[in-house]
Structures are given as structure tokens and as C-alpha cells.
Design a protein around this ligand. Sequence first.
Ligand SMILES: NC(=O)c1ccc[n+]([C@@H]2O[C@H](COP(=O)([O-])OP(=O)(O)OC[C@H]3O[C@@H](n4cnc5c(N)ncnc54)[C@H](O)[C@@H]3O)[C@@H](O)[C@H]2O)c1
Length: 360
Amino acid sequence: MAYRAAIIGCGRMAHGHAHAFQEAGIPLVAGADISEQSLAKWKADFGNGQKLYTDMYQMLAETKPDLVAVVTPEQAHCAAVVAAAEAGAKGIICEKPLAMNLAETNLMIETCKRTGTVLTVSHQRHYTPQYEVARQRIEAGAIGQVLSCMAISQYMCLMTDACHTIHMMLDLMGWPKPTHLIGNIDGNSDYVYFGHRAEEGGTAYIGFEGGLFSHFTWGRCARNPDVRMFSAWDNALMNYQYIVVQGETGQIQVSGDYYEGLGPLGDRWLAREVHGDKAQVLPVVFPGPRGDITREVDDVIAAIETGKPHPLDAMTHGKTIMEILIAMYESSRRRGVVHFPVTVQDNPFLAMVDSGVFPK
Ligand SMILES: NC(=O)c1ccc[n+]([C@@H]2O[C@H](COP(=O)([O-])OP(=O)(O)OC[C@H]3O[C@@H](n4cnc5c(N)ncnc54)[C@H](O)[C@@H]3O)[C@@H](O)[C@H]2O)c1
């Protein structure tokens, strides 16, 4: 079947989505962005044959794309996903975080269920070679049954960056069902990221069915290059995130966001398997033969054509990630445990900023 694609939000990250459609051989027929300036740059970079609009509704109505990548800032994801689904898109790739709160998340999911649209959230590190190798070793039983996970994200904002680490933590653990969470956040600055107030960091304990658990720390405390919480960090490419999955018989350690631009690895490693005092570096071929987002697109097509569940499915995994990050904020607001399923409809962090708990 032939597909035609469009992008809503033609800024920095949209370049990755345009390259992915190109690599997948899917023509990019249209783009929409509220900024004339963004569209002018987009036209210079990718404009060949594309129709460009400042009104996404007009773009969707006139060009009727089969696939839509939503690459606006997160505050605009919900409106764009709902509009694309209502306009008949068969598949929508939405940038992370899926939404700003669970009310928006539920609306996006309900709409896409009703319209029969495949909806993914773009946690593309699922396809990044070191995480793929780590996941394959865990799935092959190399460390026995998974018991726990410890994850660190260097990034300061749960919504915008640390959500990738939550995704990867769950992805490596095999998507256990969260039962309860206790966490706290540091929002004591005027930090703004992607146009919304954001916290500087935090920490959380997450309990899962079957007695599994994880510890997650993100933000400023993990950014300091002098912090060496683990000796493994000395040689890990401690870039972006560091995750340790503990199993009955061993450990998988995985790290980094390695791009060729960062230079050769040298003695550093991206993924290791540890049994007792023996650590073995796992072979990682970087970059992979096909782009991460291209593989996300490939899997969208497979989901449309065969009904195969998408590994980045927004309705299942994406919703769980949103519940966890909202629970982290809610635990801070309540100063107590949050149980799942999470039903809080607002964004507790933004509500705490509004009510003066944290500075505006
Ligand atoms: N998956 C990843 O690794 C990754 C990396 C970076 C950014 N992101 C996510 O991608 C999204 C976009 O980030 P970016 O870095 O490209 O930002 P950006 O600011 O470079 O681009 C966003 C574009 O969206 C446009 N826009 C804003 N509101 C809009 C609306 N209502 N309708 C149409 N267009 C609108 C802006 O004018 C801008 O051109 C964010 O949600 C961000 O969190 C994901």
C-alpha cells in the first residue's frame, strides 16, 4: 500500500522525522507550523514538492495524509493528534511526552481508538543499538528473571527528557505493571523548558506487580560530571542516561546516547553484562543499519497492515509512562504514596507552580 506523510511542527526534531520518512521511501507531501519563520527554514531544507501551511486543520483537510508526525512542543501534541486522527490519518507518530497530563492523554487515546488510528509515542531509543542489545540479552534470559532496575537520567525535566529513561527502564524490565510509587521533585527555580515550567530533578521508587521495583533519579544531581555514583561510570559513556537491570543471576548495564559526532568510544562502553565480579562488554554496532525513527515508521506500517502491536504503542506503553510521570509529580504534591491506576487529571507540577509551592 502507498502512504503519504505530513508533519505538524516543522522545527528541529521534525528534521529527524523527515529523514525517517525519506529513508522509509514514504513521500512527505505537506507540513504545518504556526511560525512563518519555521516554515521558511523548512522549505529551504525539505520543501521540495511539499504543501506548507500555517493552519494544521487546513493542511489535514486539503492533503489528507495517511501518516502524520506530530513534532510540536508538547503543549500542542493533544490538539494535533486529535485533529490528525479525525482527518483520517491511519498512523500518527507523536513526539514525547505524549501530553501534558492524563486528561489530554485519555482524549488522544479515545480519539485514536474510535478512528482506528495507530498512535505511537516517539521513544525512539527502543531501537538504538545498545538498548536493543541489552533488551535482547535480557529477553534471552542472560540474567535470569528480572528483579529490579536502577536508572539515572542526566536531564532536568521529566516531561521532556527524563521520560525517555522511564520508557527505557520499563522496556528493559519487560513492561511490568506499576502498582505504587513514592517520589519527590525539586522545582525550586524558575527553570523553563520547551515553553513550560519544569523541575530541576527528583527521585522516585516505583513498585510493580510481582515484587519488582525500580529506583529512578533525574536532573541536576545526576548532571555533575564529578558525581561518580558507581565505579562503572568511569568507563561508561555516561551520556544522557544510565540503567542497571538486576536479574536473578546477573546484571545488564546500559548507557549513553552515542552518536558518531561524539567521537570514537575508545575504552568506554555502551552496554555490559555482569555476573559476579566478571563484566563483559556487549558488542554494539553503532549506528544501526536503519535509523531509529525509520524503524518506528516501519513498525507503524506493520501495525496498520497486520495489526501487529507497535513497541511504542501510545495506548498501552505510552499511557503507562504518562501515568508514572504524573504519579511522580502527584507524590510530591501529596507527600505520599500514589497507587495505580493514576486518575489525576491535571499536571500536579504545573498546579504547584500556579499555587506558589514552587516559583513561577
Ligand atoms: N524524541 C526525541 O529524542 C526528541 C528530541 C528533541 C525534541 N523532542 C520533542 O519534539 C517536540 C518538538 O521539539 P523541537 O526540538 O523540534 O522544538 P522546536 O521548537 O525546534 O520545533 C517545534 C515547532 O513546532 C511549531 N509549533 C508550535 N506550536 C505549534 C502548533 N500549535 N501547531 C503547529 N506548529 C507548532 C513551532 O513553531 C516550531 O517550529 C517536543 O515535544 C520535544 O519534546 C523529542
